[in-house]
Design a protein. Structure first.
Ligand code: ATP
Ligand code: MN
Length: 146
């Protein structure tokens, strides 16, 4: 049923909860797990313009390699196949493009991310992907009360 599972991660705790769930699914369905981090240069540049685009890009890329590498390490431990991807752009757009170009069957993502404002039901990236993706989107809450 599922051959390719996509878990977009921003390295946050809530995304890690989604990674856990995605690993279980991938294991159960013998699917390939794709870990995708999107380098959102413009959003970060906007909040810290003094850093300069190039430095922001480099630091986000490093963060992305760490986050996706971490998923891959956990997958290896469980014998799950993984693909690591770090791409630049607007997260929801890159995620949807990735779904289309990599035959993704299901997306597993956190309800929240690095911002994690509880007064919103869903973070903005997840909300947009849920609304517009052509495949099912499984949202995982990283709430500590769970
Ligand atoms: P907001 O960004 O709207 O202020 P937030 O950070 O709490 O709020 P989202 O950014 O929507 O919420 O994060 C929800 C989920 O979306 C994360 O758990 C992760 O799965 C995914 N996600 C968010 N940003 C990225 C990114 N840059 N690259 C890959 N996945 C991401
Ligand atoms: Mn976010």
């Amino acid at each position: 049923m599922y051959d390719n599972i996509l878990v977009p991660t921003d390295g946050s705790e809530c995304a890690n909860a989604a990674v856990d769930h995605a690993l279980t699914l991938a294991d159960r369905f013998d699917a390939t797990l794709h870990a995708l981090y999107v380098v959102d240069v413009r959003a970060t540049h906007h909040s810290a313009p003094e850093l300069g685009m190039e430095r922001v890009r480099e630091s986000l890329e490093a963060q992305g390699r760490e986050a996706t590498g971490d998923v891959a390490a956990q997958a290896r431990e469980r014998g799950v196949n993984t693909v690591e991807a770090v791409e630049e752009g607007t997260p929801e757009d890159v995620i949807e493009e990735y779904v289309d170009t990599h035959d993704v069957d299901v997306v597993v993502m956190g309800t929240h991310g690095r911002t994690g404002l509880d007064r919103f039901l869903l973070g903005s990236v997840t909300e947009r992907v849920v609304r517009t993706a052509d495949v099912p989107v499984l949202t995982v809450s990283g709430a500590k009360s769970e």
